[in-house]
Design a protein around this ligand. Structure first.
Ligand SMILES: [Fe+2]
Length: 230
C-alpha cells in the first residue's frame, strides 16, 4: 500500500540523512539498508525507488534522538517520523520506519515494512563479519560465516539476533537465503559501504603503488590500514 503523496527524490533524502547524521558508520548503515531494500524491491517486483528511500532515511534521526529509554512516542524513530511527515514523506514510508523499531508497537503490515525490519539488523551483522576479515571485505563474507558469528554471543553484541530470525520469518523467507541475498546486495555497493577490500579499483591502485615502493609483502598490510572511502 502506498499513498498519493509524491515520493521525495533520492538526492533530497540523502541530503537530509547527511544533515542529521555525522557518523560515517551510521551513514553507511543506512546506505547498506537502502541497497538491501532496493534489491528486495527488484526481487518482489515492487517500487524500487520507494523502498530504497525508506531504507536510506530510516535511522536519520538516531544520532540526534537515540532513545535509550525506548520510548514508543518520543525520540527515534517517532521524532524522525514527525520531521519526515512535515516534509511530505508518504505515510507508508513513515509506517515502515515506525515498524522497524519494535518498541513503537507499530504493526508491520506492508511488505516494505516487513522487509525493512528483516534487513535492518542483518546488515549490521554482515558489516561486523566483514570488518573482522583481514581485508575488511564483504566479498569474503558468506551466509555460513554470518550464521557462525550469529551463534557467537560475544560478537557484535549490539545486533539483535532475534530480530534477524523473526524478520526473516515475518517476511516468509528462508534465513540462509535471506542472509545470502542481503550479502549480495551489500557486495553490489561494497565501495560505498567501505567494505570493498581489495576488490575496489582504488585499492588495487593502492596495492600496486605501495607494492612497487615497499615490496608486495607489505602491500597487504598497508592495504588493511587504508581508510574506507566515504
Ligand atoms: Fe537501522
Amino acid at each position: 500500500m502506498s499513498d498519493d503523496k509524491a515520493l521525495p527524490s533520492r538526492e533530497d533524502t540523502l541530503a537530509l540523512m547527511r544533515e542529521y547524521t555525522a557518523s560515517e558508520s551510521l551513514r553507511k548503515h543506512m546506505l547498506a539498508v537502502e541497497g538491501a531494500m532496493r534489491a528486495y524491491a527488484q526481487k518482489f517486483g515492487e517500487d524500487e525507488e520507494r523502498w530504497g528511500i525508506t531504507g536510506l532515511i530510516h535511522d536519520f534521526d538516531y544520532e540526534r534522538f537515540p532513545n535509550d529509554a525506548h520510548s514508543p512516542t518520543e525520540e527515534h524513530p517517532s521524532e524522525g517520523v514527525r520531521v519526515l511527515r512535515s516534509k511530505g514523506y508518504p505515510e507508508d514510508i513513515l509506517q515502515a520506519i515506525l515498524g522497524h523499531a519494535q518498541y513503537t508497537n507499530a504493526p508491520r503490515e506492508s511488505k516494505m515494512a516487513k522487509t525493512l525490519f528483516a534487513v535492518d539488523e542483518l546488515t549490521g551483522l554482515i558489516t561486523a563479519t566483514a570488518l573482522v576479515r583481514p581485508t575488511k571485505s564483504v566479498h569474503e563474507v558468506d551466509a555460513k560465516s554470518v550464521r557462525k558469528k550469529m551463534k557467537d554471543k560475544a560478537f557484535a553484541r549490539g545486533v539483535n539476533r532475534e530480530d534477524v530470525i523473526n524478520g526473516a520469518n515475518e517476511l516468509g523467507v528462508d534465513l540462509d537465503e535471506h542472509i545470502a541475498f542481503v550479502i549480495g546486495a551489500m557486495q553490489a555497493r561494497s565501495a560505498d559501504l567501505g567494505l570493498a577490500g581489495s576488490y575496489s579499483a582504488d585499492r588495487f591502485f593502492e596495492i600496486s603503488r605501495v607494492g612497487r615502493a615497499e615490496g608486495s609483502s607489505t602491500a597487504a598490510s598497508s592495504l588493511t590500514r587504508c581508510e574506507p572511502r566515504a
